[in-house]
Design a binder for this molecule. Structure first.
Ligand code: FAD
Length: 404
């Protein structure tokens, strides 16, 4: 009797997809199934470090490593390609590098920037979306400073940076910018008092996941270092001069030559094209992370929406690397159960807390229910970042790329 091995195809090598594969390759033998991992690039980048790569406080090379270095090539086939179509019923994935049939599919295509239809935002603002967009932001900031230093007619806008959004990403970016600016000013002989960093936030409260005390700590830290906040100030457009904001029902132009949008993400656009019931690139999972009507398709990471709470309080968990990695580990075990014909368990998210960095030496956070600030928070953040690398890449990658 011939035994045909099941084809497991994993799309995306971010936290969710790569964690699935590195765990699965430990759980199954080469005879159990064929595993194919498909990713746009030959490298994995740390999405949670994109604020550092964007500000230039960490080189983009330090935020990535080759995917092949963490794969067991006897068990996993790695394909560098862009996924262009998922045919869920025909069980075929089309890519820029051929088509792939699957018996079990894991969709982990991650996030993209969401500009909520704000006019000009896509064209005129940088997006913190992936390692290449981050690298472009860092290069651009440095170019503007160099231009200012060398120009005979100085343009103050070269030293002005606008950040849209005072959520987690916006604040972490500001923390890195205030760390980077003194070094850039020194390098180009620029008077630091001329640099203007403004953060614009539409909501009345920034960092909604943290208490008033932690938010006060963040604001005081950043204001002391020159950041100006415009809270409860909606951005209505972006243009070649900067942001147009609304103040007391009047439109006002804010000027800058560096404009960064850090206020929204959504799941991959391929989600809407491939599945029904998708909202902003996210689909609601079943308890075992598969999706309704498809016992052979898992959707995890930022493309998924794990619902928690009851009735009116029912809401999706936020999109985080912490959840994506836990989903990846769960999915690897679930695939093993599926291959063995066993019943799948229920995904239970364990919230270990959240730490928001303010550069490399400060921060705020809640860890196991306890609020922390300052050096303690910065230390915890480095620990979390290094643990994430270790969990996916093992000791070798953690040693090379970890934050010690
Ligand atoms: C600046 C910043 C700071 C953050 N800080 C934190 C934090 O401190 N803690 C936390 O928990 N979370 C944080 N997050 C959120 C976290 O980064 C995301 O929730 C996490 O990256 C989601 O993981 P993922 O695997 O779903 O997607 P991703 O990390 O986006 O990975 C998706 C992968 O799929 C690939 N891909 C996408 N489309 C295609 C395609 N069509 N074909 C082939 N490959 C494709 C991408 O190249 C990528 O490798 C932060 C995010 C940002 C931007």
């Amino acid at each position: 009797m011939s035994f045909e091995r099941k084809k497991v195809v994993v799309l995306g090598a971010g936290y969710a997809g790569l964690q699935t594969v590195t765990k699965l390759q430990k759980l199954v033998s080469a005879q159990d199934c064929d595993i194919t991992l498909i990713n746009k690039n030959e490298y994995h980048y740390e999405s949670t470090w994109l604020h550092e790569a964007s500000a230039g406080t960490r080189s983009y090379e330090d935020c990535l490593y080759p995917i092949k270095n963490v794969l067991n090539n006897e068990k996993v086939k790695f394909v560098v390609a862009e996924v262009t179509k998922i045919d869920r019923d025909a069980k075929i994935v089309e890519t820029s590098n051929g088509s792939f049939n699957f018996d079990i599919l894991v969709v982990a295509l991650g996030f993209e920037s969401e500009t909520f239809g704000i006019s000009g935002m896509k064209e005129h603002a940088f997006q913190i979306e992936n390692i290449n967009t981050a690298r472009r932001i860092a290069n651009h900031i440095e170019e503007r400073f160099a231009h200012y230093a060398n120009a005979s007619e100085k343009d103050e806008k070269d030293l002005a940076i606008l950040v849209g959004g005072a959520g987690f990403t916006g604040v972490e970016l500001l923390g890195e910018l205030v760390e980077k600016i003194p070094a850039l000013c020194k390098q180009y002989g620029i008077d630091q008092s001329k640099v203007k960093i403004t953060c614009v936030e539409a909501a009345p409260k920034m960092l909604p996941m943290f208490s008033e005390d932690l938010v006060k700590y963040v604001v005081s830290y950043l204001e002391k270092r020159g950041v100006e906040f415009k809270i409860a100030t909606p951005i209505v457009a972006a243009n070649e001069n900067g942001f147009v904001v609304k103040v007391n029902e009047q439109e006002e132009q804010l000027y800058a030559n560096t404009v960064i949008w850090a206020a929204g993400v959504r799941g991959s656009k391929l989600m809407e094209e491939s599945f029904e019931g998708v909202r902003r690139g996210r689909i609601v999972n079943r308890e075992d992370l598969r999706i309704d009507g498809y016992d052979d398709i898992f959707v995890i990471g930022d493309c998924s929406a794990v619902m928690v709470g009851e009735g009116e309080n029912k809401r999706p968990l936020p999109t985080t690397a912490q959840i994506a990695m836990q989903q990846g580990e769960f999915t690897a075990k679930a695939i093993k159960q599926l291959l063995a014909g066993e019943k799948l368990s229920k995904f239970e998210y364990v919230d270990r807390g959240t730490v928001c960095s303010l550069g490399s030496h400060d921060g705020v956070g809640v860890v196991f229910g306890k609020e922390i600030t300052g050096k303690k928070a910065a230390f915890m953040k480095k620990l979390i970042d290094t643990r994430a690398i270790f969990k996916i890449g093992g000791a070798g990658i953690a040693y090379k790329k970890g934050k010690f």
